[in-house]
Design a binder for this molecule. Sequence first.
Ligand SMILES: [Zn+2]
Length: 259
Amino acid sequence: MRKIKIVLLHLLCFVVLTALSQVGGVLWLFSLFLSIKLKKKKRYVFPIVYLIFNVLIIPPIANQLGRKKLPVFQRQLQPKNLFYPLLFRNYVDEDLEMVLKMSSSKLFKKDIGITYLDANFPFLDGFPLLPHRSHDDGKKIDISFMYLDDKGKSTNKKPSISGYGVYVNETNITTNNCLKKGYWQYDFPKYLTFGTINMLKLDEIKTRSIIEEFLSHRKTEKIFIEPYIKQNLNLNSNKIRFHGCKAVRHDDHIHLQTK
Ligand SMILES: [Zn+2]
């Protein structure tokens, strides 16, 4: 009975780590094997194995297979927090990497740093990066808006810890319509903030600059933002689309996707 419990527990760890980070589940099993072989405790082996694979082994393998790891410590293009790279959620294909690198170096000259959220996992087209519906082929990434602090000064801070779930306008027509039609998940990211840390206002000028910069690239296929944000920022490109009620609301981040 005890053995069955242990096997089930390992299975649960495998499933959860795979869902969160794609390769984490396999690394769990590998650490288990190593810890038995080396007669060392799993709690020491797993973090070391995980970090070595995260930093040194997975990036070059993914690179060979067409997915690039995005920078982690560059002010012009960086993750909202270390969980995105630690969970292998910051991989993109070559075209999207090119768009992001070119855009970020241009925007940085205007004192704008790009903060990214979920992108894609390192391997396999079609492997879902939960809870997203479409981040599964290296061509999608979520980017934070830019904000103003309580003195109206531009800041690189974001309202929530995760970067998701704090909306520019709590209520708006599109959200109300989707919720009324029964799409309860439309509002769901409000539960994924992991805490609201800053009271900020949308920096319309800098957010618009980021979106216009993305739009200027031939490889950019579409951008999702909430319709009222598109209107307020005075943007009219037909590459900016409404994502539909089956998705979640996009007035907490920009979704960028390449061809
Ligand atoms: Zn997205």
